[in-house]
Design a protein around this ligand. Structure first.
Ligand code: NAD
Length: 290
């Protein structure tokens, strides 16, 4: 079984991105708009800040409390849109309770939409038009498969999960790479039947152990996008440390499939990498070198 190791790719690609940043001649800057302060969001933001530092990019964090209104966030996004020193803007998801998610995502200038979630970018994805930005998770999944030379064209791809953030956008990204795509969700009648016939199985649901032995077949490539925090192992009197696991029962399937991405260390690092590839592309487009 081949382990699709996202951390190794991130390290290799960080070197390339660092020299691309140097060639750019200025510091590409990502603005992250954070509403509320869940522990998870803080961790994701910290991972982005760390990677930015590694490659010589900058992050401007614009943080709001839980009680912020949509109008206040819109005002800030408009300021960032107008600021020429900001090359990319993302709204950290999930947004806090009172925020209209679609309205704030849509406020981001399409030329700075490095998370690829404005209508402009989504339409580009639908039309397979390179003008928009491919959403970071979908792009990250493709980066992972491309690095390991997994052939996508002509292959059967099954995706479990149909959210806009992951499942649907990944489905379009695979279609654009000439795969035959099946999208499964909570109403799919016979999930094992749908997943077993795939050459590439992508799971993005958010339920640990959703995919087990009965869902996979020999020779398959499995990409586990899920991030679930479990209670972890309890050792004697110790308090168990939280443990991050994916949606796939790794131990159960690892001896059946040809390749699988681990959690953590698979798609997660790829999503951060894809975001900064988009940032660099945005910066190059803004100065007219792309
Ligand atoms: P979501 O809750 O918006 O969507 C979950 C999807 O799973 C839905 O489409 C639903 O129909 C489907 N689903 C639920 N139960 C199902 C079942 N029993 N069988 C089949 N399908 C079922 O979640 P999301 O935002 O798409 O995220 C999915 C997972 O991916 C989460 O664990 C999230 O943390 C993770 N994630 C990881 C990254 C990364 O970079 N690695 C990025 C984004 C999301």
């Amino acid at each position: 079984m081949l382990l699709l190791d996202g951390k190794i790719i991130r390290e290799t690609k960080a070197v390339e991105l660092r020299s691309a940043v140097r060639e750019l001649g200025f510091t590409p800057t990502l603005a992250i708009v954070q509403t509320g302060s869940s522990g998870r969001s803080r961790e994701y933001i910290a991972a982005k800040q760390k990677f930015a530092e590694e490659i010589g990019a900058a992050v401007e964090l614009v943080g709001f409390g839980n009680d912020v209104s949509t109008d206040e966030v819109l005002y800030e996004i408009q300021r960032l849109n107008a600021d020429p020193s900001i090359n990319g803007i993302i709204v950290q998801l999930p947004v806090s309770r009172d925020i209209d998610r679609r309205v704030v995502l849509e406020a981001v200038d399409p030329s700075k939409d490095v998370d690829g979630l404005t209508a402009h970018s989504l339409r580009s994805l639908l039309e397979n038009d390179p003008q928009g930005f491919v959403p970071a998770t979908a792009k990250g999944i493709l980066l992972l498969l491309d690095y390991y030379h997994v052939v996508i064209e002509g292959k059967q791809v099954a995706i479990v999960g149909r959210s806009l953030l992951v499942g649907k956008t990944a489905a379009l990204a695979f279609l654009n790479r000439n795969a035959t795509v099946t999208v499964c969700h909570r109403f799919t009648n016979d999930l094992p039947q749908a997943t077993k016939q795939a050459d590439i199985l992508v799971v993005a649901v958010g339920k640990s152990n959703l995919v087990g032995r009965e869902h996979v077949s020999p020779g398959q490539v499995v990409v586990d996008v899920g991030i679930n925090v479990s209670d972890g192992e309890k050792l004697a009197e110790e308090i168990p440390a939280p443990r991050v696991v994916g949606d796939v029962d790794f131990a159960a399937v690892k001896d059946i499939v040809a390749a699988i991405s681990p959690v953590p260390g698979g798609v997660g690092p790829m999503t951060v990498l894809a975001l900064f590839e988009n940032l660099l592309e945005a910066a190059r487009r803004q100065i007219g070198t792309l």
